[in-house]
Design a binder for this molecule. Structure first.
Ligand SMILES: [Zn+2]
Length: 196
């Protein structure tokens, strides 16, 4: 039976959950199927979205959606390729802010799918060619590294260079004050009760 997914709001930068480490998913987690259905509905509602990690919808579980809605549960990158490349990244939790991040061009990932089958596969792909989008290039390896970082509470804004951190600072400060520097056409939320 296909579950109907709900569109969930995306937690914005400044929400504590985005800096927390997610917990491994347990086999037979009764909430897992609904969570995946909800994440798919949420991502399908955002045409610009490429991947989505569970903490971005307020759930601290090690699940993310990669390209083509592929579900990665308890993913581990077992090998980071030595060859790296800079690519401009963005994030649904930090809308309309972009900065280059250096990532491996290839990664080998082990993960579980929805039926709890284990997979291990090498993925390739870089993001952009020196700031120019290349539609033909797959993003898969980058998406996986970006989304897996979310499961460890790491955002791309921490992985870019100092110049870019400086450039983003004013906008990021607005997020921290719960002010959206930009409007977006999907539901968003700032985590309540994050007083520290
Ligand atoms: Zn992100």
């Amino acid at each position: 039976m296909q579950l109907t997914g709900k569109i969930l709001p995306i937690y914005m930068y400044g929400s504590k959950i985005l800096t927390q480490v997610s917990f491994p998913v347990e086999k037979n987690d009764p909430e897992l199927k609904q969570l995946i259905a909800d994440m798919r509905a949420t991502l399908a509602n955002i045409p610009t979205g490429v991947g989505l990690a569970a903490p971005q919808v307020g759930v601290l579980k090690r699940v993310f959606l990669g390209e083509d809605n592929k579900v990665f549960i308890n993913p581990i990158i077992t090998t980071f390729g030595k060859e790296t490349k800079m690519g401009e990244e963005g994030c649904l939790s930090i809308p309309r802010i972009y900065a280059p991040v250096r990532r491996s061009k290839k990664v080998t990932v082990t993960w579980r799918d929805q039926r709890w089958a284990e997979h291990s596969e090498e993925f390739e792909g870089t993001l952009l060619n020196e700031g120019t989008p290349d539609e033909k290039e797959t993003l898969e390896a980058i998406v996986i590294q970006h989304e897996l970082d979310h499961l460890d509470g790491i955002l791309f804004t921490e992985k870019t260079g100092d110049v870019y951190k400086q450039r983003m600072r004013a906008d990021l400060q607005k997020f921290l004050k719960r002010e959206m520097p930009y409007t977006v056409n999907y539901p968003v939320v700032f985590q309540e009760g994050n007083g520290d």
